[in-house]
Design a protein around this ligand. Structure first.
Ligand SMILES: C[S@@+](CC[C@H](N)C(=O)[O-])C[C@H]1O[C@@H](n2cnc3c(N)ncnc32)[C@H](O)[C@@H]1O
Length: 225
């Protein structure tokens, strides 16, 4: 695992924001945003002021899943990583309306956040419906790959959960091959039926409406590798 040499792919901005979301980005985001300048060894305790189980969501999109997880688990602390401004504004809307206080936002490439976290500091990491990058020449843009997996293996606790889902057949095959080939992870669940505690995401709903079948995968970080 080296420095982050490749740039962040995908868009950071979509349609212009409405008044309420613009105001949230200006006034609320600074209250919940994590900004980094080379920090290392961060934990739930150093980020939130009290030790607690730390949960990460990478690419939270509109933030529906992250907000619902945080609301369901008030004793846990959540970090959402997402560079897409419209998605961040949508998450802020959920947090503010539902008075959710256990979420912090990293508005940039999740790999930078991963590198700032302490070893074995994360209980669970969600990577749900990641961008599939279907063209062969773009495969190295897929989030789950050797570099991100060594970062995730470092920050996840032994037996920690990496939960992944996708509706894209090539990405599903790729993700399973990457994870099954990694000595740091073992498969605990893989099915087209979601695990019992599943909370739907926006992309999942879109996939179902379009008749695509998502696959839900739980991988556990092994004790030692
Ligand atoms: C297809 S969307 C899925 C959104 C959401 N998880 C869902 O299921 O509705 C993938 C998201 O991952 C984000 N993303 C891509 N690369 C990322 C990275 N390196 N760090 C954080 N987020 C990333 C994109 O901006 C995009 O919002």
């Amino acid at each position: 695992m080296g420095v982050i040499s490749s740039r962040l792919y995908g868009r950071r901005k979509g349609r212009g924001l409405h008044v309420r979301k613009t105001a949230l980005m200006q006034s609320f985001l600074p209250q919940v945003q994590i900004t980094l300048s080379g920090e290392k060894g961060l934990t739930a305790g150093s980020l939130f002021g009290t030790p607690a189980p730390l949960i990460l969501e990478i690419g939270f999109g509109g933030g529906e899943h992250l907000a619902a997880q945080a609301k369901r688990n008030p004793e846990m602390r959540f970090i959402g990583c997402e560079p897409f401004v419209n998605g961040i504004a949508s998450l802020l809307d959920h947090l503010e309306r539902d008075r959710i206080t256990n979420v912090r936002v990293f508005a940039d490439d999740a790999r930078v956040m991963l590198d700032a976290l302490a070893d074995a500091s994360v209980e669970t990491c969600f990577v749900l419906f990641a961008d599939p990058w279907p063209k062969k020449k773009h495969r190295e843009r897929r989030f789950i790959g050797p570099d991100s997996l060594s970062r995730l293996a470092r920050v996840l606790k032994p037996k920690g959960l990496l939960r992944v889902a996708s509706d894209h057949p090539q990405l599903i095959a790729w993700t399973r091959a990457q994870l099954d080939g990694s000595p740091a992870f073992r498969c605990a669940y893989a099915d087209s039926v979601p695990p019992p505690d599943w909370i739907p995401t926006r992309y999942q709903e879109k996939a179902l409406q379009a008749g695509r079948v998502p696959v839900f995968m739980d991988y556990r970080r092994v004790d030692a590798f």
